[in-house]
Design a protein around this ligand. Structure first.
Ligand SMILES: C[S@@+](CC[C@H](N)C(=O)[O-])C[C@H]1O[C@@H](n2cnc3c(N)ncnc32)[C@H](O)[C@@H]1O
Length: 278
């Protein structure tokens, strides 16, 4: 692929999704474009890029952005945040919201859904009473293919082998041919919506817990700051932000404080900062 084509694609993806593809990622871009070119019946990635240039803002552009997203995820990924959820976050929030019986949860980079369904299994296993609360779970994602898979809640044997204990597989999934389908009653509780974190956000209620894991790593510093600022304003006092293992609010948004939970840390809006209202 020529440098000019690589630059065209990476600039488009940066503007549309804030995903930074540094020089040196030519191979990654080319191999993903290769798959897309074949799928869209172009003779080569070069021909696909030529079509992009000839017709700006086509459906093909959208597919290129989707193809450049990394949808890597698994059930109970990195386990510690789920332990923190079970032992710290949820017991605290259940106590605090006991009167209103309200819990609002947002997962901001849902990918193919394993993370959200891991949360739903945690709830159903350890806090089933929450399911009769006024409980809202919004899961958003940019990539349309990933979101369609998330909504369907169907996973291959290989996918359920990654992180899902056998006891939970048997309890919460039904075999459908070669795949495993997540239990419909819990699947329906997750409100999947398409959303680009750098464009207009869907309406969200004041949030108790935000899972925004393993997505800020793709963005530049200014984008991370803007997104964290928006999350801060959506969190209820005492609400928690959970980031990926390689992510932090440190040096990006000093309106958050780090709260340690055993082998992980979550983030809460500092009450003294006054930033919650800014
Ligand atoms: C590596 S996955 C993380 C999935 C899950 N949160 C986890 O930790 O396992 C990152 C996800 O972020 C999504 N993403 C990337 N850029 C985005 C953007 N600008 N807006 C919304 N989602 C985005 C990708 O499509 C991808 O599904």
């Amino acid at each position: 692929m020529t440098t000019a084509d690589f630059d065209y694609v990476r600039e488009y993806v940066r503007v549309q999704a804030a995903i930074v593809l540094e020089p040196g990622k030519e191979y990654l871009v080319e191999s993903r474009l290769h798959t897309l070119a074949r799928h869209e019946k172009f003779a080569s990635p070069d021909e696909l890029v030529a079509q992009l240039r000839a017709k700006p803002q086509s459906d093909l552009h959208r597919k290129v952005v989707d193809a450049m997203t990394t949808n890597e995820t698994s059930f109970f990924r990195d386990i510690h945040p789920f332990e923190a959820l079970k032992k710290g976050l949820l017991p605290e929030i259940i106590k605090r919201n006991a009167e209103s019986r309200q819990l609002n949860f947002w997962c901001g980079a849902a990918s193919t859904g394993q993370e959200s369904y891991s949360v739903m299994m945690t709830l159903a296993e350890h806090f089933p009473e929450l399911l009769s609360w006024n409980f809202k779970y919004i899961a958003t994602e940019l990539c349309q293919d990933a979101m369609a898979r998330a909504k369907a809640g169907r996973y291959s044997q290989l996918e359920v082998n990654r992180g899902l204990p056998a006891t939970l597989l048997v309890k919460y999934f039904a075999r459908q041919g070669a795949e495993w389908e997540f239990r419909e009653d819990l699947r329906k509780r997750v409100d999947f919506r398409e959303m680009n974190l750098i464009k207009e956000w869907v309406w969200m209620p004041p949030l108790d817990i935000v899972f925004l894991r393993n997505v800020l790593i793709y963005f530049d510093i200014e984008t991370k700051k803007t997104i964290l600022g928006k999350v801060r304003k959506l969190l209820r006092p005492g609400g928690y932000l959970v980031l990926g293992g390689a992510e932090t609010t440190l040096n990006l948004d000093d309106g958050f404080e780090r709260v340690a939970f055993d082998k992980t840390a979550c983030y809460r809006v500092k009450q003294s900062s006054g930033k919650a209202d800014q």
